[in-house]
Write a protein that binds this ligand. Structure first.
Ligand code: ADP
Ligand code: ZN
Length: 294
């Protein structure tokens, strides 16, 4: 038996999983490691988890979906490094350090949202689609974009979470983004919600404010790259009633421009969807990446 492994790094934890190469949709074992201010401790625990499996059944390839900024260019000498992150202690961290004991196992790195996009396309809510976007509304807001079956990258990766929004008339909250204050992330990310209301959103007027911003994110993404589907994940999207409100507001904001047949115009359409894999989208994306290396 040979194995493939997947790693998802987030602001608060690293999640790792192994699966059989022949049966890649089934997670054999998983491991959650808290990310502290000391990446050596986190990466050491991750290396132990991987080495333990590698000893008995060889790990053939690893896919990594990581928070960033992450160097995702395989031609770069810093491929797989977390570079300029504000996360204490994690600046210029080489994630490859966790794989040193696995001989020359091939590793592929993508950003966290890209990992979730790949997972949803492989095994979730967007199977078979070549044009799609995955947005996470969590600690930050990020969007992964695929066009014609290829991930959109260029000078870095898309940063749609920071587009400048039209404000909700009833919202006077300043915004959390240290660069723009009231960009989408500054107004609708989890920390913005907690700082504005002291808790997660619950009342209809609060849901309305969040939906106003997230619907703009959906509209901008749709106008930019014409996806066949947009998957909305992340902790904030677990707010009850928010997905339905986003669908409603997206139709209002679009206001017929794309034609009455466009699914954005129809809140009942399966166009803006929750992740089919829930919180496991990223880890499945990592497994798909690993398979792609073999
Ligand atoms: P991360 O973005 O760090 O990977 P999440 O996607 O879980 O992690 O996002 C975390 C954010 O989502 C936090 O700010 C938290 O307040 C918010 N959040 C988590 N669960 C919920 C929930 N059930 N309802 C509303 N907000 C939530
Ligand atoms: Zn911003």
């Amino acid at each position: 038996m040979s194995l493939i492994a997947s790693i998802e790094t987030g602001g608060t934890k690293v999640f790792a999983a192994v699966a059989e190469r022949e049966n890649p949709h089934t997670l054999i074992e998983t491991c959650r490691i808290t990310t502290t201010d000391d990446p050596d401790r986190t990466l050491g625990a991750l290396a132990d988890f991987l080495a333990e499996h590698h000893r008995f059944s060889r790990i053939e390839a690893i896919g990594v979906a990581s928070f960033g900024p992450l160097e995702t260019d395989p031609a770069s000498a810093q491929y797989g490094w977390i570079t300029t992150t504000p996360k204490p202690g994690w600046r210029n961290t080489d994630l490859n350090r966790a794989f040193a004991r696995l001989d020359d196992v091939p590793v592929a790195f993508v950003t966290d949202v890209t990992g979730s996009l790949l997972g949803e396309r492989w095994n979730g809510a967007a199977v078979g689609l070549d044009n799609l976007a995955y947005a996470t509304i969590g600690t930050g807001i990020g969007v992964g974009v695929m066009v014609h079956g290829r991930l959109v990258t260029g000078h870095g990766t898309p940063e749609l979470g920071h587009f400048l929004v039209r404000r909700h008339p009833a919202d006077d909250y300043l915004g959390t983004c240290p660069f723009h204050a009231d960009c989408a992330e500054g107004l609708a990310s989890g920390p913005a919600v907690l700082q504005r209301w002291g808790r997660t959103a619950a009342h209809p007027e609060e849901i309305d404010i969040l939906a106003h911003y997230i619907a703009q994110l959906v509209l901008v993404t749709t106008l930019s790259v014409a996806p066949q589907k947009i998957v909305l994940g992340g902790g904030v999207m677990k707010t009850e009633g928010l997905l339905a409100a986003v669908r409603e507001q997206a139709a209002v904001l679009t206001n017929g421009y794309l034609g009455v047949d466009h699914p954005l115009q129809n809140p009942g359409a399966n166009f803006i969807v929750a992740p089919g894999l829930g919180d496991l989208a990223g880890i499945h994306g990592g497994l798909e990446l690993a398979l792609g290396l073999l």
